[in-house]
Design a protein around this ligand. Structure first.
Ligand SMILES: Nc1ncnc2c1ncn2[C@@H]1O[C@H](COP(=O)(O)OP(=O)(O)OP(=O)(O)O)[C@@H](O)[C@H]1O
Length: 293
């Protein structure tokens, strides 16, 4: 379990991280979303001990990553640009990783290279951008670390390779107890694979949403009535109007969603349909139009 406890980071009088606390349980995928400059990379680098916090602590399995650096063998950071490895041969990288991570599984590593058609005779600098990202992920998962931290792994990749990478991350997590912290500025990408989503803004965690809980608590519907929206519905605090086009209303129901649905059905709409709910809908309704793209 990772515990981030009241972490703040100030660089040159600029407070980049402001009192951040959260936990990641084993086997969970946590998505970190925020616009450019929100502080995502700084937070990730602080968690892995590349940067030291001005205040607060980071604990993994109860040990502080600052006072017990050996615990860092259980945590792998994959930076947003995997360029650092490009001047090494694959054999050199394997040697380096075996020294750093005692559980590095070489057989598994070569098996995965083959699976993704990453030719290991080739120099990494000759890989395409997508291949470099895949290679970094394969390397990270082969360490058998308990926490893998990925900084914008899908940035700048085409849709096909992006899907392949997200699918691979999900497969790896379902196999064991690896936890993942993954950042992106694209909410809809992380929503597909995460258990929880944290939204970061101006160095703070603005919201922390459990996606399973969200599906239970909220429902998005489209309804049409003969006239206007009946006041028995529009007057409810837990019914939010997301959109109105002519007589078509898109509503977000919150709380006891079954009770609210039957109340709406009782008003005999001429049309009623449940729509898939996205986190973006929820944030637009709750936080007033924040965009993440
Ligand atoms: N070493 C540094 N010195 C001064 N300012 C810094 C330093 N590192 C980061 N910052 C500032 O901290 C803020 C957060 O940067 P950070 O790279 O963590 O954001 P981010 O959310 O990862 O952004 P992006 O999505 O663009 O990668 C930015 O305003 C950046 O300019």
């Amino acid at each position: 379990m990772l515990r981030v406890e009241n972490v703040s980071k100030t660089i040159q009088n600029h407070k980049i991280l402001n009192n951040i606390s959260f936990e990641i349980e084993p086997g969970k995928i946590v998505g970190l979303v925020g616009r450019n400059g929100a502080g995502k990379t700084t937070l990730l680098k602080t968690i892995v001990g590349i940067l030291t916090p001005t205040q607060g602590d980071i604990r993994f399995e109860q040990e502080s990553v600052y006072t017990k650096p050996a615990i860092k063998q259980q945590i792998v950071f994959v930076p947003d640009s995997p360029e650092a490895l490009k001047s090494y041969s694959i054999r050199e990288i394997v040697q380096l990783y075996k020294l750093t991570y005692p559980n590095f599984d070489q057989t598994y590593f070569y098996k995965l290279l083959k699976k993704f058609s990453l030719n290991h005779d080739r120099k990494i600098r000759n890989y395409s951008k997508g291949m470099k990202v895949l290679f970094s992920l394969v390397l990270a998962f082969s360490t058998k670390a308990k926490l893998i931290i990925l900084d914008e792994p899908t940035d700048g990749l085409d849709v096909i390779i992006k899907k392949q990478i997200l699918k691979y991350i999900l497969e790896e997590v379902s196999e064991g107890h690896t936890s993942i912290l993954i950042s992106s500025h694209r909410l809809e990408e992380l929503e597909q694979i995460s258990d929880t989503i944290m939204v970061m803004k101006d160095g703070k965690i603005e919201s922390h949403t459990d996606l399973l809980d969200m599906k239970k608590k909220y429902k998005k519907i489209q309804v049409v009535f003969n006239g206007n929206l009946p006041t028995s519905i529009s007057s409810k605090d837990n019914v939010r109007q997301l959109n109105k086009t002519g007589r078509v209303f898109t509503l977000l129901l919150e709380g006891d969603i079954d009770k609210l649905s039957s109340l709406i059905q009782n008003e005999q709409p001429v049309y009623f349909e449940e729509l898939p709910l996205t986190l973006e809908d929820l944030f637009v309704a709750k936080l007033g139009g924040e965009e993440f793209v």
